[in-house]
Design a protein around this ligand. Structure first.
Ligand SMILES: [Zn+2]
Length: 196
């Protein structure tokens, strides 16, 4: 007979139904020792109670439901770059046509900006008009598009605040258009270089 009581890990061995060289003396001790028999019985009670606890698992749709509410924040320049890259045609001539159109748009926007800067009264009127239009547009389909491009924070600021936010928005659009034209030009040059 073993002349000491069982250690907690030895009780665990008996609970797990381990068989082996070291376990037989433990069993012999338990058969002869009232204290250790009581401790083993208590441990069995606890483990069976744990085994019978109800199991909780999230429903299979849980992950999908959570992820559907996670807003993946894509920086505006990444969104813009990928949109522009998608818009660029694969063939060379189409790229040149598109670069020319983008250049024309950029020139048009710049001319309009220069003209408006000399005609402050017209600019104020158009800004008011654009403000109303943008407020309407933000609540419709355009809002969703703009949200993906600029992020919803900017759009919310734009739709709740006044002309100051609108000014910032217009500046962003002008900068974006400029970068897009510059990017298109760079792409066209790169495409021409690879063909040569
Ligand atoms: Zn004992």
């Amino acid at each position: 007979m073993q002349h000491r009581h069982l250690l907690p890990n030895e009780i665990d061995l008996l609970l797990d139904g381990e068989i082996g060289f070291g376990v037989a003396p433990l069993r012999t001790h338990v058969e002869e020792c009232v204290d250790c028999r009581a401790r083993l019985a208590d441990a069995k009670t606890v483990t069976s109670a744990l085994d019978n606890l109800p199991r909780f698992a999230p429903s299979s749709a849980f992950a999908t439901r959570v992820l559907s509410q996670v807003q993946v924040v894509e920086p505006w320049h990444v969104a813009l770059t990928s949109s522009v890259t998608r818009l660029v045609p694969r063939t060379g001539p189409m790229r040149i046509v598109m670069a020319a159109s983008a250049g024309a748009i950029a020139v048009g926007l710049s001319s309009a900006a220069v003209w408006l800067s000399f005609r402050t009264d017209v600019a104020m009127y158009l800004a008011g008009l654009a403000n109303d239009r943008i407020r309407v547009a933000l609540s419709t389909g355009f809002g969703a598009f703009a949200r993906t491009v600029f992020g919803s924070g900017a759009i919310d600021a734009l739709s709740t605040q006044g002309p100051a936010a609108l000014g910032v928005g217009i500046a962003v659009v002008v900068i974006a258009a400029g970068s897009a034209a510059f990017g298109l030009r760079a792409l066209t040059v790169a495409a021409r270089r690879t063909r040569e």
